[in-house]
Design a protein around this ligand. Structure first.
Ligand code: 9MG
Length: 281
């Protein structure tokens, strides 16, 4: 019911909303819009005001086909944003796979490392183990550059589960306490549209793996494949997906559209409170 993230302990008795802040000129959904640190800080503050429980700052695009950037450039993008938000008292995650970036943002007071490569880079696990921050371990088949080239699984659910559990065990063996670890099945990362929806449909299986589950499907192309909508018209589909994931047990949903997601959750919680006998007309 808790996720220990450095100086913050996340209370998971209700699903939390993580707001996405991309500080990348080529981001797939808000490219260029928050490319400068000042714009990214302003955007993050707006998401927090809208009800985000934490924000996830990313300086390297992980969209399909994206080319890697140097860790120096990535750090230059995210560090001023992290520093300003930590100073504000916000709960801050950084989306990175680079041990150099991890060490620098941990020194700057970040609370969570969100790694789409599940701490597989040399030195990444040690960087997190030496701190007390939380970590999200995500499953991806391939790399962002090639992951959508004919993804294949003999048994999708079992393979993704086995991968996540083996990474969690490796983290624990390296000295990262279980309470600091969260998992993510990686919707959109090396999966076909049907495979993504198979994972979403089986969210409860992943939520039952004894670690908090984070799910991110906001504005992703699989939502476009089902609805026929371009990226900026996927708010309703993203909110529906976040609500489904949360109702099936996701502890945290990673979203661009915080206000709309928070509204949907409020309607859900109000309905639930009536079923639990707290209705006072
Ligand atoms: C960085 N990033 C993009 N999509 C993501 C997802 O679905 N999960 C996590 N943990 N990070 C993501």
């Amino acid at each position: 019911m808790q996720w220990h993230c450095g100086s913050k302990i996340l209370d998971l008795t209700r699903p939390l909303v993580m707001g996405i802040v991309n500080v990348t000129p080529d981001s797939f959904s808000d490219g260029g819009e928050h490319a400068s640190a000042a714009q990214a800080i302003e955007h993050a503050r707006r998401l927090l005001q809208e009800g985000a429980d934490l924000v996830d700052i990313g300086g390297e695009s992980t969209r399909p086909g994206a080319a890697p950037v140097s860790w120096q450039e990535e750090l230059e993008r995210v560090l001023p944003v992290v520093k300003a938000l930590v100073r504000d008292g916000a709960c801050v995650s950084v989306d990175t796979s680079s041990p150099q970036v991890m060490r620098a943002v941990i020194d700057a007071g970040v609370h969570m490392i969100n790694d789409v490569r599940a701490l597989s880079a040399a030195g990444a696990m040690e960087a997190v183990a030496r701190s007390s921050v939380g970590v999200c371990l995500m499953h991806m088949q391939g790399t962002p550059k090639d992951m959508q080239q004919e993804p294949h699984y003999d048994n999708l659910l079992e393979q993704v589960k086995a991968f996540l559990l083996s990474r969690a065990r490796a983290c624990e063996a390296a000295g990262i306490d279980a309470e600091r670890i969260g998992l993510d099945y990686g919707f959109g990362f090396g999966k076909t549209v049907d495979q993504n929806f198979e994972l979403l449909a089986h969210t409860a299986d992943f939520a039952g793996l004894a670690y908090p589950l984070l799910v991110g499907l906001s504005r992703k192309s699989s939502l476009g494949a089902v609805t026929g909508r371009p990226v900026h018209e996927r708010v309703s589909a993203s909110v529906a997906g976040a609500l489904i994931a949360a109702q099936k047990g996701a502890a945290v949903v990673r979203v661009h559209d915080v206000a709309a997601t928070v509204d949907a959750f409020k309607i859900w919680f109000k309905t639930e409170s009536i079923l639990r006998g707290k209705y006072e007309p």
